[in-house]
Design a protein. Structure first.
Length: 236
């Protein structure tokens, strides 16, 4: 078990590094909805609420082995084959805006914080779908630095992409705040020497995120601007 994390020090934050799925993008809920629709024939037997709970459990449970597979692929150097497959698959499909919905309140939050902090994306997504998400939702101009699964030799939970993002933004990595929804994001932040803030809009639970060592937890990314503003005011 990791050592307990120090309290979040907002006075040190100069840059924000954002995850995409479950953090900026409502893709986790979209995946749950897709599974629920596939199992709709069971609704008359188990009921809608039970089916929805099962669908969320199924997607969340599948995410763990998926993260393990990507981490193992990174360790053994064949992650580029997985990324190439997903890039090709994403490029061949017609992408519609509702396939990549942002979490409600993302744009106002980014607009408010962009005046005070540098921004970067660090995601385990492939480059094609990351670009699609930002372009479709008119978020590209907020993120001059985008680190996808293949930008560095290793992706999260390794520290490489966070260190690279900090270098691209021209700030020390220990002045960065990693904002994500999973234990993988927390592990990457701690390995890189960055601070960590978690949101509950994805599949990470409060208990497991705290055990991983995150330094703050919000229900949604939409409240990040008000949270950081209030924390800064308390320093004065």
């Amino acid at each position: 078990m990791p050592t307990p994390a120090a309290p979040l020090d907002v006075s040190q934050i100069r840059a924000l590094i954002f995850d995409v799925d479950g953090t900026l993008s409502d893709s986790d809920d979209h995946m749950v909805e897709r599974i629920q629709n596939k199992l709709r024939f069971l609704q008359g037997i188990v009921g809608e609420s039970q089916l929805k709970r099962f669908s969320r459990w199924f997607v969340r449970t599948a995410e763990g082995p998926g993260n393990w597979m990507l981490e193992t692929a990174d360790r053994f150097g064949f992650d580029h084959l997985i990324a190439a497959f997903f890039d090709k698959r994403a490029s061949a499909r017609e992408v519609l805006p509702h396939h990549y919905p942002p979490v409600p309140g993302v744009q106002p939050m980014l607009e408010a914080l962009s005046k005070r902090y540098s921004f970067a994306i660090v995601t385990a997504r492939n480059e094609v779908t990351t670009s699609q998400f930002l372009r479709i939702n008119n978020l590209e101009h907020y993120f001059p630095v985008v680190i996808s699964s293949q930008t560095c030799r290793r992706t999260k939970p390794f520290p490489d992409p966070l260190i690279h993002a900090a270098e691209r933004m021209g700030v020390p990595v220990d002045t960065c705040l990693m904002v994500g929804d999973t234990v993988t994001d927390v592990r990457a932040a701690r390995a890189a020497g960055a601070q960590s803030l978690s949101v509950l809009s994805g599949f990470g639970t409060k208990n497991e995120l705290q055990k991983a060592g995150t330094q703050a937890i919000l229900d949604s990314i939409s409240s990040l601007a008000s949270y950081l503003t209030e924390a800064q005011l308390q320093l004065h």
